[in-house]
Design a binder for this molecule. Structure first.
Ligand SMILES: *Cc1c(COP(=O)(O)O)cnc(C)c1O
Length: 415
């Protein structure tokens, strides 16, 4: 293996070589990308610098739920690019209000606080929860605690990695921000035991994405909701990866009939075009933030608001959610058929799957490299898991083809 991860049996386009060289000499190595250099994309497909096409089954970790270059999203972006792109929040702009109104309505909430990246929106929610705790719940100054779950992924800031259980994400970055308690994911009793009178929030992914699409036991989210309501604690749902149609409903919480106190959104909210994130909640909670408490130069800029508004329009019809549910159900059955044939387990909801490859057969990385050689982009997580999150615009035939290629990769290794 070379430093870029080329295994040697991968057909690497000659045009890719200078880019892989630059990745080694000019780019900080905070990622370990698969050896493919992409240059264009359309719908569910991307093309590399050598002209080879790949089915994108990662979709920018769900930032591309509507595929590459969705015509409605591109049109919204183009139109806004020519008109006005940035004002700062020192002034109003004519795109932010309509976007916030419609996103709040989609979420059944009152207010939207726009930011840019997911991690920023998580930070925003943590600040809101603490301030709500001091001002509304009456927690003594600087005593608030927030409960999170083991295996979480909420981003990369120093505060967020303070409550990560992943040593690779955390080690070397201390001293850490205090005020967090981590409990096993999916265990409502452990959560209840961790709550005390200074607890202001429970922060959870309704399905843990980075952990490998880990779905909590049925009844867990309703139990968390009930506990939070009883104990006067905010239920903060990080739907940055699980939300906006991915799981077959607008929010993953919907599948259990649960409404959190705050939604954290990102990734697909920017339509794969711009970074756009938001915290969405009721007035009595988000209202604790007053001028000067929080902000961002780019947060709520008119270009992002225009794209985000177009994303909300796409979601308002419910078509993408229904599509994810319908195609996801067929795809799940197909993947479950591979259990015992090189796959140990499949966890799937909508068009989002975590597949545990038998580690005796190959690593997740090796499986992804072999899929790459067959024209499929996917990414491993935690050693032997591959995560599949294709754009929701993918066709049933494309999904079938992908599952067939995966079956062949496994069969070739077992032979
Ligand atoms: C990706 C992700 C984040 C962080 O988003 P960034 O835009 O990368 O900062 C936070 N939470 C979850 C659940 C995510 O999947």
């Amino acid at each position: 293996m070379t430093a870029t991860g080329t295994t040697g049996d991968l057909p690497l386009a000659p045009e890719a070589r200078p880019h892989l060289h630059l990745a080694e000499t000019a780019t900080a190595r905070n990622y370990h990308p698969l050896p493919v250099v992409l240059t264009s994309g359309q719908g569910s497909w991307v093309t590399d610098v050598g002209g080879r096409r790949y089915l994108d089954c990662l979709a920018g970790y769900s930032a591309l739920n509507f595929g590459h270059g969705h015509p409605r999203l591109l049109a919204a972006a183009r139109e806004q690019l020519e008109r006005l792109t940035l004002t700062s929040r020192a002034f109003h702009n004519d795109r932010l209000g309509p976007f916030c109104r419609d996103l709040a309505e989609l979420a059944g909430m009152d207010l939207v606080l726009p930011m840019n990246t997911g991690a920023e929106a998580v930070e925003t929610a943590l600040k809101v929860a603490r301030k709500w705790g001091y001002e509304v719940k009456g927690v003594p100054a600087d005593r608030a605690n927030i409960i999170v779950a083991d295996g979480n992924f909420h981003g990369r800031t120093t505060t967020i990695v303070s409550f990560s259980s992943d040593p690779v994400a955390r080690d070397g970055f201390g001293p850490f921000t205090p005020g967090f308690r981590s409990v096993p994911y999916g265990d409502a009793d452990a959560l209840a035991a961790a709550v005390d009178e200074h607890t202001v929030a429970v922060l959870l992914e309704p399905i843990q994405g980075e952990a490998g699409v880990v779905i909590p036991p049925q009844g867990y989210l309703p139990a968390v909701r009930e506990l939070c309501s009883r104990e006067n604690v905010l239920f903060v749902a990080d739907e940055i990866q699980s939300g906006l149609g991915r799981t077959g409903t607008t929010f993953a919480c919907d599948a259990e009939g649960v409404t959190p106190d705050l939604y954290i959104l990102g990734k697909a909210l920017g339509g794969g075009i711009v970074p756009l994130s938001a915290v969405v909640g009721r007035r009595e909670i988000l209202g604790v933030i007053r001028p000067g408490n929080h902000g961002s130069t780019f947060g709520g800029n008119p270009l992002a608001a225009a794209v985000g508004h177009a994303v909300v329009e796409l979601l308002r019809t419910g078509d993408y959610q229904a599509r994810a549910a319908r195609l996801g159900e067929q795809h799940r059955k197909r993947l479950e058929g591979l259990i015992g044939h090189g796959i140990r387990a499949v966890r799937s909801r909508g068009l989002w799957s975590g597949i545990d490859i038998d580690p005796q057969l190959m690593s997740g990385r090796e499986a992804c490299e072999r899929l790459l050689a067959r024209g499929i982009l996917a990414k491993d997580t935690h050693g032997s898991t591959i995560r599949l999150a294709p754009p929701l615009v993918i066709s049933a035939d494309e999904l079938d083809w992908m599952a067939g290629q995966l079956a062949e990769v496994l069969a070739a290794q077992r032979a």
